[in-house]
Design a protein around this ligand. Structure first.
Ligand SMILES: *Cc1c(COP(=O)(O)O)cnc(C)c1O
Length: 439
């Protein structure tokens, strides 16, 4: 793609954009002055789909008017997400189910897929993982280690977070991980690794990991391989089934635009569905619907990923997911990815042409190794630059100590948004002097 300077190029691109009609399907947040913001925060909370409000009203009315009879609509409602989730994650429909929230599902998956033995008890993860993921991993290790200790009556924990968590760190002077380094770690330490659990995309740098190669290498060494796809779902191409990934989890309020705390989802590869040796937490929603209300003492479980469900579906946080998936299916992931590459590439082009060393893009330059996000490390007074962006109506995301993350979301951001955003960024950079104290 060849980009050009000037706002007329942005306008030309917007006119030719096959997805241009989708922008008005979202409510765009206001800036501080009451105008429309330039919204570049879709990696944190996606914009609200307009088709959600009538759906919510419909189901509140069903509740109001029909009470418990509303379950005729609500019992099967979760199946309406299956097709879209399978399409976006590259799964079979039997391998995905929307349920619960991301951190809870990570724990849930680790109950099934972290099965330490004396020789193989470690977990490989990213050094700069999203904090919730490191807390989940550390607490799972502690819990499992302690339970084993109590059981055997030993004084010392079988293993602890100190000896069971292995971090993947970028090389000195580099911001992102090299696939060959990840493979090398797996080669060298794989025999003691029970589980590899990393993001599909790193939340901070935006790096897309080579999930296919990591899964292959992990399996060669006998490790279970799972991914947290919080920043990948709806953002990059996924082929979880074909890659042979064991399990994955994601939330749906980032690129999937399903609103704060919306219902999350899990993927479990079909080869695990009937493995009775896997420990599994169960609730009544793991029971097949045909016999669920016979209220049997013994569970009659699904033979799909649905067997990992616990509870009846949280309908009101489910509706936003359905509204959003409808939009994704209508727009088509192929079109979304194509525009995404161009839009982020355009932002990168404009930033590069500012030709200054006041900032550095740490997101991978290769479009195949990133989605809709650029992480910009500002060398000096980054927070002031960020505050100036916010004051001018750009909603982005700040990460201490020096990083601004901007997300050009292909469903609702335009080329003109990107053009204006970079123009404001350039103004902020030049108005804030380098060398001053940031305090
Ligand atoms: C956003 C995000 C979370 C958030 O977890 P919740 O349980 O939804 O609050 C966890 N992990 C990663 C990698 C994330 O990006």
């Amino acid at each position: 793609m060849k980009y050009e300077q000037g706002s007329s190029f942005a306008q030309k691109m917007d006119e030719a954009d096959p997805l241009k009609a989708f922008r008005v399907r979202f409510d765009m947040p206001a800036d501080k002055n009451g105008g429309k913001a330039l919204y570049f925060c879709g990696n944190s909370l996606g914009a609200k789909p307009k088709n959600l409000s009538p759906a919510l009203k419909e189901h509140l009315d069903i509740w109001a008017q029909r009470g418990v009879y509303g379950y005729q609509e609500w019992l099967p409602i979760y199946t309406r997400a299956t097709k879209g989730l399978a399409a976006l994650s590259g799964a079979k429909e039997t391998e995905v189910v929307a349920m619960s929230t991301l951190s809870a599902n990570l724990h849930h998956m680790m109950i099934s897929f972290y099965n330490p033995t004396p020789e193989r008890y470690k977990i490989l993860y990213e050094s700069n993982a999203f904090p919730s993921d490191s807390y989940v991993i550390a607490s799972q290790i502690d819990m499992t280690g302690k339970k084993l200790t109590h059981f055997t009556g030993k004084k010392q924990s079988a293993f602890t977070r100190e000896n069971a968590m292995i971090e993947l760190r970028p090389r000195k002077g580099e911001a992102t991980l090299r696939t060959e380094d990840i493979e090398k770690t797996i080669d060298e330490q794989g025999d003691s690794i029970a589980l590899i659990l990393i993001g599909g995309n790193n939340f901070y740098t935006g790096q897309t990991f080579d999930m296919e190669r990591i899964t292959k290498k992990g399996h060669e060494k006998g490790c279970v391989v799972g991914f947290d796809l919080a920043h990948s779902i709806g953002n990059v191409e996924l082929k979880l089934h074909d890659w042979g990934v064991d399990f994955a989890c994601w939330c749906s309020y980032k690129y999937l635009n399903s609103g704060p705390g919306a219902v999350a989802a899990i993927f479990i590869h079909e080869r695990h569905h009937n493995n009775r040796d896997l420990p599994r937490l169960m609730g009544w929603w793991a029971n097949r619907p045909e016999t669920r209300f016979e209220m049997r003492q013994e569970i009659d479980a699904y033979t799909t990923a649905e067997a990992w469900q616990f509870s009846n579906v949280p309908v009101l946080t489910f509706l936003p997911l359905l509204a959003s998936l409808d939009i994704f299916m209508e727009a088509g992931m192929k079109n979304i990815l194509e525009k995404s590459r161009k839009l982020t590439g355009y932002m990168e082009f404009l930033l590069d042409s500012l030709e200054t060393d006041k900032f550095k893009i740490i997101t991978p330059r290769d479009p195949a190794r990133r989605g809709a996000q650029l992480s910009i490390v500002v060398q000096e007074n980054g927070k002031q630059v960020f505050d100036a962006l916010a004051a001018a109506g750009v909603i982005g995301d700040w990460r201490n100590p020096d990083c601004i993350r901007l997300t050009p979301a292909p469903l609702y951001n335009s080329y003109e948004d990107v053009y204006k955003c970079v123009e404001i960024f350039a103004g902020a950079l030049s108005s804030i002097k380098g060398g001053e104290s940031a305090h």
